[in-house]
Write a protein that binds this ligand. Structure first.
Ligand code: ZN
Ligand code: ZN
Length: 205
């Protein structure tokens, strides 16, 4: 069993400020891992599909998911589905076993009525500027609430992923001198160059 409390301090360090959404990501990630009975991904053993969109509240959730599951932007085993929702589907790559976990809407609605949101975040004040006396109890609430009170854990199902391919071939762009992964190169009159140099060489449309 993975304990989300073991990842709180590291998660806050990664994330940069204290807020309730990153801890909610820790809880959701832990719930998914415990449902599947899997360990944190050292490589690409797990894949996380997060339903977040762009530019909306509680994106911070994704950093909690990255922290606890080991599904990270750098390893490429986390994907954003762009639904504007807070669900996460965690998949064990070797078996295709998967589970979707989503914060309960009631719990999220209650959190949105808090002073943290109404007096600070919705008025454009960054989370780092909110007094700790307001944020700390919200974090404690998220970290301490019974799982079934804040999260819905779905049934274990099959989610087959395409085989991961890792490209190692690269070339040096003759125009800018940067290294480029070969499949991202573009052909301009027989010259193999990078995308930005290709874009710069074309007459603007
Ligand atoms: Zn945050
Ligand atoms: Zn270039």
């Amino acid at each position: 069993m993975i304990n989300p409390n073991d990842f709180l301090a590291a998660g806050q360090q990664l994330h940069g400020h204290k807020c309730p959404a990153m801890p909610l990501g820790l809880r959701a990630g832990a719930a998914a891992m415990n449902a599947l009975g899997v360990d944190r991904a050292q490589d690409g053993q797990l894949v996380a599909l997060v339903e977040l969109g762009d530019g909306h509240c509680a994106h911070c959730f994704a950093d909690g998911i990255q922290m606890i599951t080991g599904c990270t932007f750098g390893k490429g085993n986390i994907q954003k589905l762009g639904y504007g929702k807070f669900g996460v589907t965690l998949i064990e790559r070797a078996t295709g076993r998967a589970v979707r976990v989503v914060p309960r809407a009631e719990a999220q609605l209650a959190s949105k009525k808090s002073v943290f949101f109404t007096e600070y975040r919705e008025k454009g004040i960054p989370a780092s500027q909110v007094p700790p006396a307001l944020v700390e109890p919200m974090i404690a609430q998220v970290m301490g609430a019974p799982q079934e009170q804040i999260l819905k854990v779905g049934d274990i199902h099959q989610h087959v992923l395409p085989k991961p391919a890792e490209a190692f071939e690269s070339f040096v762009c003759p125009r800018c001198g940067d290294m480029v992964i070969t499949k991202y190169g573009r052909d301009l009159g027989g010259e193999r160059i990078c995308q930005p140099c290709f874009d710069a060489a074309r007459p603007s449309a």
